[in-house]
Write a protein that binds this ligand. Structure first.
Ligand SMILES: [Zn+2]
Length: 132
């Protein structure tokens, strides 16, 4: 099962896809960032009106934790996308970083910043599980 190397046309397609995804992730980061800032401003203000708006403070804590989780995921994504764009430039994009095999386009369509083929990915995940 040898997959062909990506054509310049395909590379162009993934590049646009990556740029679009990076744009969305960056928008998400600034949205969460603003929410965090707004949240801390509110809590230092009038607490009586604050608790009415927020229903209870418990959910607010959970939301803040969720935001941090999302924020970290988005930052991680932007990092991965930047690396993928770099690989397009280096002409190593679409190749597995572990075994050098061509990553099937089916996988790249779902995960354009994938750096490992499915085999290596599941192998490294299995290793991580065992090390835990
Ligand atoms: Zn591989």
């Amino acid at each position: 099962m040898t997959e062909k190397k990506l054509t310049p046309k395909q590379l162009e397609k993934y590049k646009n896809l990556l740029l679009k995804e990076r744009d969305e992730a960056q928008k998400m980061i600034s949205t969460i960032d603003e929410m965090q800032k707004k949240g801390s401003k509110d809590s230092s203000g009038d607490l009586s009106s604050y608790s009415i708006h927020q229903a209870d403070l418990g959910t607010d804590t959970i939301n803040a934790e969720k935001n941090v989780y999302h924020l970290n995921r988005c930052i991680e994504k932007v990092k991965n996308i930047n690396q993928a764009l770099h690989r397009i430039h280096d002409e190593t994009y679409g190749l597995c970083e572990m075994c050098g095999a061509v990553i099937p386009s089916k996988r790249l369509n779902v995960l354009p910043f994938a750096k490992q083929c499915i085999d290596c990915k599941s192998k490294s995940e299995e290793k991580q599980r065992r090390n835990r």
